[in-house]
Design a protein around this ligand. Structure first.
Ligand SMILES: Cc1cc2nc3c(=O)[nH]c(=O)nc-3n(C[C@H](O)[C@H](O)[C@H](O)COP(=O)(O)OP(=O)(O)OC[C@H]3O[C@@H](n4cnc5c(N)ncnc54)[C@H](O)[C@@H]3O)c2cc1C
Length: 378
């Protein structure tokens, strides 16, 4: 494949939360001299905020997916169904798993973080074969119904490994689903925490609310580290074997290993280093947003809210850069609203030092989430 002379070749790599908005903006108003290519495994985005609700049985898989075919068509994008396995900043190409090399004049990366199978296999031998990984989240959503089917046919023990926000939400969602009407009695959910308190990145008051919610849902806390996965069991650091039918790994994420040889500036953890314009600190024709990027000037937690917020300023700066106009700095919000779903149409909210909980919080979250998906799907 070659680039088209006279046109500005912009490649959007990944259809994460920020690029969904870039795409929407370009569908609305696209520069005449833009040659747009979008590379993503599938023409859709999974809205992770609704995935615990999907596991709990409140949403169908379709309700958590933002179909992007219409936006892709309206933006005039050429869509390549594939996954990047490398970027070369010098030759300005993206290499795909298919062997194809896609040229770019301008590149924007929003591929999200990954769960590095090789790394996790070293930490937990057997994980690759026997565990269900929460990322890629699209694959998790496709595979979860098999667990739900097993649980509908007999009582099961499900163990979630990792007690960050995602692990906590998934454990509560699964417990709610397994105790639902029509399910066999006796299913049980454990949360293997690695020794840290659940939701440890949140203030004490939120952690206390989370502990109470886990108790209400009969989730057993196991303050141990998982060091291996076998058929039907987790191996724990204290030597115990935790019998379990369905191990779910929610142990945090890493930067994609394929960025290492890109020639692009990376932070110490291997994420793309970007400045206040969401622009690579080493290559001005490369931009990035969401969990794959690190704002070296204004570090902030990796979450969906930050990824969403970066979308509009990212598009503005892509447009400006391609027209050689001045870029505008984007200041990430100092705090974000975090709403943790607690399985049974109940949620905990955290806003800086403040926290709150109740059914109303879940209904609030439900409205926000449904509105987000609807905005981009239509
Ligand atoms: C169960 C769960 C619940 C969560 N709930 C919340 C929440 O309520 N609020 C919140 O703020 N955060 C939440 N998060 C965190 C949130 O999911 C991430 O922070 C967010 O998805 C990051 O967005 P992103 O745009 O960077 O990447 P993603 O949303 O991960 O999107 C990346 C996209 O790039 C594509 N892609 C990946 N690799 C490649 C490749 N090599 N080549 C091409 N395309 C690729 C993927 O298919 C995907 O479409 C949750 C996470 C989980 C696991």
């Amino acid at each position: 494949m070659t680039s088209t002379p006279g046109l500005k070749n912009l490649v959007l790599l990944g259809l994460g939360h920020a690029h969904v908005q870039v795409l929407r903006g370009l569908a609305h108003s696209r520069p005449a001299d833009l040659n747009l290519t979008v590379i993503a495994p599938r023409p859709l985005a999974v809205y992770s905020g609704m995935v615990p609700g999907f596991v709990a049985g409140h949403y169908t898989a379709e309700q958590c997916r933002i179909p992007l075919d219409a936006l892709l068509a309206r933006s005039g994008a050429r869509t390549i169904a594939g996954s990047a396995i490398g970027i070369d900043a010098e030759t300005r190409t993206v290499s795909l798993a298919s062997g194809e090399a896609v040229p770019w004049d301008w590149l924007s990366v929003n591929t999200g973080p990954i769960m590095d199978r090789d790394l996790l296999e070293v930490r937990m031998p057997g994980a690759r074969r026997h565990a269900l990984f929460v990322r890629p989240i699209d694959a998790f959503v496709q595979l979860w119904p098999q667990v739900a089917e097993m649980a509908a046919s007999r009582p099961i023990h499900l163990a979630v490994v990792g007690a960050g926000a995602a692990g906590v939400e998934l454990a509560m969602a699964a417990s709610h689903a397994l105790q639902g009407s029509g399910m066999p009695q006796g299913s049980h959910v454990s949360l293997v925490t690695g020794g840290e308190p659940p939701a440890a990145i949140y203030p004490q008051a939120v952690q206390a609310r989370v502990q109470r919610a886990l108790r209400r849902l009969n989730v057993t806390l196991i303050p141990e580290t998982c060091v291996g996965v076998e058929v039907g069991a987790l191996l724990l650091a204290n030597g115990a074997r935790l019998v379990c039918d369905a191990p779910v790994l929610a142990v945090g994420t890493q930067a994609p290993a394929w960025l290492a040889d890109s020639g692009l500036a990376l932070d110490e953890a291997g994420y793309l280093a970007v400045n206040a314009f969401q622009q690579s600190t080493s290559h001005p024709r490369v931009f990035a947003a969401g969990d794959v990027a690190s704002r070296v000037d204004a570090p902030h937690p990796r979450n969906g809210v930050h990824a969403v917020r970066a979308g509009v300023p990212l598009l503005a700066n892509l447009r400006a850069a391609m027209q050689a106009l001045p870029l505008k700095p984007y200041t990430p919000p100092p705090r974000t609203l975090n709403l943790l779903a607690c399985g049974s149409r109940y949620a905990i909210g955290a806003w800086g030092p403040f926290s709150f909980e109740g059914r109303w919080v879940w209904h609030w979250k439900d409205r926000i989430d449904r509105a987000f998906v609807a905005r981009y799907a239509t």
